[in-house]
Write a protein that binds this ligand. Structure first.
Ligand code: BGC
Length: 759
């Protein structure tokens, strides 16, 4: 510990320490003036700086800041460099607005497309989410502003989010819900981690020692502080013991008193408090190293937001109508054309510096073309035939109809989940009516999560998923529609056909205080693969105005050690007439494993820009974790010897090359045979099979006597299949008559021989 921090802790009273561990106000920590400890100011993110003018007040509109695209859009860029640069811009704004820590990014998994807050999260895939988050955090922190990766953990729904108990099995936790946090923590050391409101496996995340101490701090080596989500603390003493360093917001005088009393009564060891104090002080002083104030470049950041928005937009369908060219009369329909819908409701809501109006941006690029406008649909759930009639009126005389449709906030926001996957009744009727009179109908969507499209997609010529696109998104739409930008975004989440197809649907959203993650590790494409279910648009999918071919796929070595990993290369060629960007995805398929695994998992990707006719070699490294899975019995990530397929694709459903490789595991796993181990488990591990071997022959012979056999020795069963999955001790119970000592004593003896100590 640095001397300065140690000296301060030595001088702090118990009251000072307890006070420091609870915020002083809505957005500030407690200063300890007599010891020269300043406050720090935190402000919401994740896609902009939501700095309220009075940092002590919870409810207040915030100062103008750039509203960048939300996470659904960011993840669809698959562009880590872009996110790094966005992080730098966020930090610049944080510095100008006197913010020490930006509360973001959010990396919770999209367990269901109904999650109300999915727009603030990246993906259904933990690898992609981790890469995106790490890059954004590195960008922000490279400029001396802190981050708060959130919401740790398993906060995957809004329904009862303050109290619901997420029941998640260990493998799903380790393989799906934790890795994005793990990647970001190990690679970037975010200054803070924000715990979630909910309970995880019976314990509030704010008091969850396994989560906050055993995993986050001890196993992953997190050096920063753990802050509560706003209002997530229930019992301050229990939360300190559980590893929660800073409670927000404050003041919470009663809680501070409770901590002091708990130390006096020895209920709380002062060392635990000191450790939280140390973590908080180190972040407080780190924040002081960055001087605040000044201005940020509003125009430059707006342009940057436009670029990011265009990179994140995903062209879902295009029968050739896009990019627009030569159209003289364009019917622009839908209120989202004039009232840009570019962010979601709740704590991430930014007061934008300016807003690009989609209609105006279109006009700017439309040249001589004439634009007409109809509102199309109301802001609420009411139905207005006359708005549809007006839209049809302008659509039928135009060359092309552009439908700007935003999912209204009553269908999507922080605080509540989505009721369904659908656009509003009026929006669906509008699309159908317009498409009936205008074959060149293009739908442009502003939403934070997938919508169902089966009712209308066949009727329209093109669909552009523009997401909650940030304040400059209106311009980005125009850029793509007119081909100034070639779309290159790809989906970071599957678009299902209907809600009952989705992995969590029968366990969503839970009730009676509990939600059971019954689908385990099978979320997103992992589930659709396993069920061989058709989807509307697969994970990793997105169209371009050009086409790409893949060739010369190769691996550095065919047989490799897990610790060394393997590198694969593939040539990607732009086979079309315009420049474009392709996102190459690398999935790994394990041919055989002890425990069930998803058919394939994303383990690498690269985004590459290519001129027409140009070829570039893309290289992706696959490390130990690309082939490993979490084994609950070993309580660690393991690799198994064997063959894997490395799948190179343009989406999860468009695999262009498959290469077989053979992995040699270098792990020396402990022998985990115990009293409950089955015969098959005993025989699978060479160490235990050597011990059990002679006994096993006897067991088989006894079994023959027990069940009897025909003259030719046929018992009508396969012995190993019959008894293989029974614990050794249970098998011996049936053979007691033939044993010289009781079966359980025999097992104890074998275990002693195996482990060299009492079981
Ligand atoms: C949200 C957090 C946010 C905090 C402060 C909470 O309700 O869940 O994401 O950072 O409020 O606004």
């Amino acid at each position: 510990m640095p001397d300065k921090i140690k000296a301060i802790i030595d001088k702090m009273t118990l009251e000072d320490k307890a006070a420091l561990c609870t915020g002083a106000s809505a957005w500030t920590t407690t200063p300890i003036e007599h010891l020269g400890v300043p406050e720090i100011i935190v402000s919401d993110g994740p896609h902009g700086v939501r700095r309220v003018p009075d940092a002590k007040s919870l409810v207040m509109s915030s100062l103008p800041a750039t509203c960048f695209p939300t996470a659904s859009s960011l993840a669809s860029t698959w562009d880590v460099d872009l996110l790094h640069k966005m992080g730098e811009a966020l930090a610049e704004e944080g510095i100008a607005l006197n913010v020490d820590v930006i509360l973001g990014p959010g990396v919770n998994m999209k367990r269901s497309p109904l999650g109300g807050r999915n727009f603030e999260y990246y993906s259904e895939d933990p690898y992609l989410a981790g890469e995106m988050a790490a890059s954004l955090i590195n960008g922000i922190q490279s400029r001396g502003v802190g981050t708060s990766i959130k919401h740790f953990a398993a906060n995957n729904q809004e329904f009862q989010r303050f109290c619901i108990n997420a029941e998640v099995d260990e493998r799903a936790l380790r393989e799906i819900y934790l890795p994005a946090f793990e990647t970001a923590v190990k690679r970037t050391q975010p200054w803070t981690v924000m715990c979630a409101y909910n309970k995880l496996n019976g314990t509030y995340c704010s008091e969850n020692h396994v989560l906050l101490v055993d995993i986050l701090k001890d196993e992953w080596g997190f050096e920063g502080l753990v802050v509560s989500d706003w209002g997530a603390v229930h019992d301050r003493v229990a939360s300190l013991k559980g590893g929660l360093d800073l409670e927000m917001p404050g003041p919470q005088d009663k809680r501070v008193e409770a901590v002091v009393e708990a130390v006096h009564s020895s209920e709380l060891d002062e060392k635990i408090l000191d450790e939280s104090v140390r973590r908080i002080l180190s972040i407080v002083f780190k924040a002081q190293e960055t001087s605040k104030g000044g201005e940020f470049d509003v125009e430059a950041h707006h342009l940057q937001a436009r670029k990011i928005a265009s990179e994140g937009m995903v062209l879902l369908k295009n029968d050739g109508i896009l990019p627009l060219k030569g159209h003289q009369h364009i019917a622009v329909i839908g209120r989202a054309a004039k009232e840009a819908h570019f962010q979601g409701g709740g704590s991430s809501h930014i007061n934008p510096t300016k807003v690009a109006i989609p209609f105006k941006e279109l006009q700017n690029l439309a040249g001589e073309a004439e634009l007409s406008y109809a509102e199309g649909y109301p802001t609420d759930a009411t139905f207005h035939q006359e708005l549809i009639d007006q839209a049809v009126g302008i659509a039928q005389t135009a060359d092309v109809a552009l439908l700007y449709l935003a999912l209204p906030s009553f269908k999507e926001s922080e605080g509540y989940d989505r009721p369904d996957l659908d656009l509003t009744e009026q929006q669906i009727a509008l699309i159908k009516a317009v498409a009936k009179v205008q074959p060149n109908t293009v739908v442009i969507l502003n939403n934070g999560a997938p919508v169902a499209m089966s009712a209308w997609i066949d009727d329209v010529a093109a669909v552009l998923e523009a997401w909650m696109m940030g304040q400059a998104g209106g311009g980005a739409i125009a850029d793509i529609l007119f081909g100034k930008v070639n779309p290159s975004g790809k989906l970071a989440e599957t678009f299902p056909i209907k809600i009952v197809d989705t992995p969590a649907s029968i366990n969503w959203p839970g009730g009676a205080g509990e939600v059971h993650y019954g689908e385990g590790i099978f979320i997103g494409y992992r589930y659709y693969d396993a069920k061989e279910l058709p989807v509307l648009f697969p994970f990793g999918y997105g169209l371009s105005y050009t086409t790409f071919t893949y060739s010369n796929a190769n691996v550095s070595v065919k047989t490799f050690k897990d610790a060394d990993g393997v590198t694969l290369t593939v040539d990607v060629t732009n086979a079309g007439k315009v420049a474009g960007k392709e996102i190459v995805q690398v999935y790994v398929h394990d041919q055989k494993s002890e425990l069930v695994r998803p058919y394939k998992e994303l383990k690498g990707f690269a985004k590459v820009e290519l001129q027409p006719g140009e070829t570039k070699t893309v290289s992706v490294e696959l490390d130990f974790r690309a082939f490993a899975y979490y084994h609950p019995k070993y309580q660690q990530w393991i690799t198994e010897d064997g063959d894997f397929d490395v799948l190179i694709g343009a989406s999860a459903a468009d695999i262009r090359h498959s290469l077989s490789v053979t992995l040699k595991s270098t792990l020396e796993l402990p022998c985990i045979i115990d009293k409950e181990s089955t015969i098959r488990e005993w025989m699978a591990d060479p160490r235990s099979s050597a011990v059990l071997g002679p006994v096993f022959e006897q067991i088989k012979a006894n079994n023959r006597d027990l069940f009897g056999s025909d003259d030719d020795g046929d018992m009508g069963m396969d012995v190993m299949d019959m008894i293989g999955d029974m614990p050794l001790v249970s098998v011996l119970l049936f053979q007691q008559d033939k044993l010289s000592i009781p079966g359980d004593e025999m097992v104890d003896g074998l275990l002693l021989q195996l482990h060299g100590k009492e079981a």
